[in-house]
Ligand binder design. Sequence first.
Ligand code: ARG
Length: 567
Amino acid sequence: MTIKEFTAGKLQAVLPALDPETVQTILETPPDKKMADYAFPCFRLAKVMRKAPAMIAADVAGKLQGTEGFESVQAVGPYVNIFIDKRKIAQLVADAFDSQKPYGSSNEGAGKTIVLDYSSINIAKPFHIGHLRTTVIGNSIHKIYRFLGYDTVRINYLGDYGTQFGKLVVAYRKWGNRELVEQNGIQGLLDLYVRFHREAKEDPSLDDEARATFTALENGDEEIRAIWQWFVQLSLKEVAKVYELLDVQFDSYNGESFFMDKTDAVIEELKAKGLLQESDGAQIVDLSDDNMPPALVLKSDGSSLYTTRDLAAAIWRKKTYDFYKCLYVTAFDQGLHFAQFFKILEKMGYDWAKDLVHIPYGLVSLDGAKLSTREGQVIFLQDLLDEAIAKTRSIIQEKNPDLENIDEVARQVGVGAVVFNDLFNNRIKDEVFKWEEVLNFDGETGPYVQYTFARASSILRKAGYGEFNRSDLHEEDLCDEYAQDILKIIEDFPARVKEAAERYEPYLITRYTVALASAFNKFYHENSILTAENESLRQSRVALTRMVTVVLKQALSLIGVQAPEQM
Ligand code: ARG
C-alpha cells in the first residue's frame, strides 16, 4: 500500500458517498510541503452534498481527528490538510519495499510484446554522436518496459541499403583498394565517401554512375554485391566495440536490405487497395485529406524508397512478433516520414497502425553546426567514450590509486557519464555537444550518483550488512527530516518508472537518481550511521542505506548505467 492509498482509505471511510479511486484522484500533494503531506479539496463534494466546501472540510477534519497513522488533520478553508505520522511513513515504505521484488517492478506487461526500433545505424558510416541518443534512449526504454513485465524485441534496423552504397562502391573502385579499407575500416570508407562528394561537385556524372551501380546491386550483380556485403560486415565488426562499451545488445539486425524482396508485395497491395497514384512516372500515395504531402513509394526507375521499406518492415514485424506496440526512436526531423507511413498503413486497413509510435528526440549539434558525415563534421562515439574513460582513469589514479579493478571501474564511470549526460534532459530538447560539459563530473552527473552509490556501499561493507531485512528497520528511528525525505523518494520510485514508460522519457529516471543521491548525501552529512547513538538507530539507518543502494542501482540500470561498488 502506498502512503497515498493509505490516506485515501482513511478519507473514504468518512466519505462513504465516494469510491476509493475518486478519493485518490482528488487527493493532492500541496506545492509547499510545510502545509501538509496531503490536501483534500472539497469543491467537488459541494454540489453533491449541497454544502459549502469549507463546511464540508471542517466536518471531514472533525471526523478524522485521532485517526491511526495521521499526525494531524486540519481544515483550512475548503481544504482538509493532513500530515501523516512519520512512523507510519517509514512503516508503509519499508513494507512496500520488502514485499515487492524487485522493488518498483510490475507484471502489467505480461503477455505483451514491445518491438523497439532504435540505434538503427547506417552502414559504412562511423558511429558518431548523432546516433548516441537513439541508442541510449532505446536501450533505456527497453529496460524500463522489461522491468514492467513486457517482452521486448530490440531491433537494429540497419541503414544498409540505398543509393549511398552505389556512391561508395564507385569511390572504392576509383580510389580505394582492399588493403587500405581493411586497414582503415569505417574511417577508410568515410574518406571514400567524403571524397566522392567532393569530386561529384565538380563532376556530376559521378552521381549517374553511382545510381547505375546501385541499380546493378539491386539487380543482383554478384561482384558489387560482394563488395557491399563486405562493407556491411566491416561496419558491424567495428560498431560492435561501441555496443560492447555501452553494454547495448540487439535481438535482430534485420535492416533495410532485409526488406528489399518484400517491397513489391507492398506496392501490389497498395495498388489493389486503390491507394496508388502516378506522378511524373513515379508512384505516390496521396495524403492531402490528412494534411500531409504525398508519400513517394516507388521511383520512376522502379526502385523502392525508405518509406516503402518501412511499410514492408512494419507489416513483417506485426506478422512475426504480433506486437502490442512498435516503437521507433529517431531524431524528430523524421517526424513527417513516420506520420506518413503510419497513415498509409491505416489507409490500407491495418487497425494496428495505431500501435506504432514514433519517439522523437532533439537534434545534436556541434558548436552550433549541424553534424554532417559528408563534411567530416562529426565526433566519433568511440573517441568520445575513450576520452571519458581515460579521464576517469586519471581521476581514480589520483584519488584512489589502490583500487583493484581500475580498468573496469573507469569504463563503468566514464561510459556512465556520457550516457547519463545524454539522458539528463527530456528527449525533445536540442543538444549542443560540448566536450567540457560531457566530461564534467561535478554537479548533477552520472559520476556523482555512482559515487554516492559507492559511498553507501562502503558503509554497508563496513557494517557487514547483507540483504535488507525488514525487521532491522524500526519506524521510530527514521522520523528525522533527512530519513523522511529519503523514504518519500523511495516510495515514489514505482510511480516514476510507470510514468517514464508511459511518456517514453528516460530522463525522469535520470533525475530520480539525482534526487535520491542528494537526499542520501544530506542524510549522511547530518546523521551518523555507523556511529549512531544507539544500536537500534544504527541498525535502522544501515537498513535504510541498503534500501537506497538497491533503488539507486536499479534506477541506474534502467537508464543503462552501471553502479560500481567502489570507485
Ligand atoms: N537509419 C536511419 C537513420 O539513421 C534510422 C532508421 C529508423 N528506423 C526506421 N524504421 N525508419 O536515420
